[in-house]
Write a protein that binds this ligand. Structure first.
Ligand code: ADP
Length: 419
């Protein structure tokens, strides 16, 4: 293993592994810290935690457990993967985990950079933009758990850290890796412990990659990963994304209610009339076994053409369900039903499964008993195909799409990519 990664959520881990594979690194994602040795042939292992919004002390404990496992397996550099919108509160968890990893590795300087220009996340003068607007003017302002109301990453990070937080500006970054390395040395001499780094395009990330070669640990979104594999002599190659051949019926399970997922579900239903089954949270709450109904419906239809089981709904319908059941209960009921559907359809012979939604993906992977995923070819930015084995040992191709990712034809495109 060359690069050891710790991701603070599940689909974020896949997003990171996807970028590493595209840069030529054979990558495996594990669900939590593994008990045994790493999978054979993996040059990068991404340990997926669910630590983004848990109490900071717990996030630190889990991240240190991941660190110790990665180091024991020979990881040469450690990458702490955080959200490209820097999802956190004033108490953490990005700052406390970064500092705990630095302390454990005896490291007095590192960087933090969530930029991912391909997905519209750029950093300029330390301010994070999502698309054309400041972080604080976009939808992250309203996030239920980690509302991001301050677009200055230097300020956000400083509130979470004991060490001094500084900035490497774009004027330096665009001059290339030597200039970045020089500025890192300068900041370190001034007593800065963590530097936010500007980036506007992939060239900036590639320059950073070279400059960060000797950092024992770094904190970043998935973007910075495109520049790191080259430091280990790795070049992009198709073999890094090779997965075993796929087989079995094709099914999509969607529990994401994002604008993108709504459009993708609609497009699928128009293209495949009669091939969709809607899961209604109000029927679940009334005690109906909707998951079983979905499985009975699917049993006679699994075949060549893909099927879709979805709870995806427009904001008005979601609000109505949440008003009736409570946000948490509506979410949990739907996640549980979709997880049972995933397990059921795989039991009936589905071999290619697309899951839409971050939390939904977590619930489905858990229900399937999947412990690790080998990362394959990209479908759309941030979403690759993966190969896994279920708890019963069945081989399975899985694509886990976080809410807002993917073009409108994502579901059909995903199955096309597997061909
Ligand atoms: P995303 O990646 O888009 O955020 P998630 O799966 O992480 O998607 O989150 C969506 C949440 O909404 C899940 O907890 C899911 O169970 C819940 N949900 C899905 N459909 C509905 C619905 N129709 N009404 C209420 N909640 C829903």
């Amino acid at each position: 293993m060359k690069l050891g990664c710790i991701a603070d959520d599940f689909t974020g881990a896949t997003d990171l592994a996807n970028n590493l594979v595209r840069a030529g690194m054979r990558s495996v994602q594990t669900i939590g810290v593994p008990d045994g040795p790493p999978p054979e042939g993996a040059e990068a292992v991404v340990v997926a935690l669910k630590s983004r919004t848990i109490p900071a002390a717990e996030a630190v404990t889990q991240s240190l457990a991941a660190l110790h496992w990665l180091r024991a397996q020979g990881a040469l550099q450690v990458y702490f993967k955080v959200c490209s919108t820097f999802d956190s509160t004033d108490r953490g968890n990005i700052g406390p985990v970064t500092e705990a990893l630095m302390d454990a590795l005896g490291c007095d300087f590192t960087i933090a950079c969530p930029a991912f220009p391909a997905n519209g996340r750029t950093v300029y003068k330390g301010y994070l933009f999502t698309g054309d607007v400041l972080l604080s003017e976009g939808s992250m302002r309203e996030h239920p758990l980690t509302p991001m109301t301050d677009p200055s990453l230097v300020r956000v990070m400083q509130r979470q850290c004991r060490r001094r937080v500084g900035l490497i500006e774009h004027a330096v970054v665009r001059r290339g890796s030597d200039a970045i390395a020089q500025r890192m040395a300068g900041l370190r001499a001034e007593g800065v412990g963590i530097a936010i780094v500007d980036a506007l395009e992939d060239a900036d990330l590639l320059a950073m990659g070279r400059a960060f070669a000797d950092l024992p640990v770094l904190t970043a979104g998935s973007g910075v990963a495109i520049g790191l594999p080259a430091n280990f002599g790795i070049v992009p190659c198709a073999q890094a994304a090779e997965l075993p051949p796929s087989a079995g019926a094709r099914v999509v399970v969607s529990g994401s209610c994002s604008a993108a997922s709504n459009a993708q579900v609609q497009a699928f239903l128009e293209r495949h009339p009669g091939r969709g089954f809607a899961v209604d949270p109000l029927r679940l709450a009334a005690g109906e076994d909707v998951a079983q109904a979905a499985l009975d419906w699917a049993a006679s239809r699994l075949g060549d053409e893909p099927l879709l089981v979805y709870a995806t709904a427009r904001p008005e319908a979601v609000k109505a369900a949440q008003a009736a059941l409570g946000v948490a209960q509506a979410g949990a009921l739907v996640e549980d039903a979709l997880a049972r559907v995933s397990r059921g359809v795989v039991g009936m012979g589905a071999g290619r499964l697309v899951v839409a939604g971050g939390e939904t993906s977590g619930a489905c992977v858990q229900a399937l008993g999947v412990k690790q995923l080998r990362i394959g070819a990209q479908i759309d930015p941030g979403v690759p195909w993966c190969h896994a084995r279920t708890g019963e040992g069945r081989p399975l191709h899985l694509a886990l799409k976080s809410g807002n990712f993917g073009t409108i034809d994502f579901f059909d495109k995903a199955f096309e990519v597997l061909r």
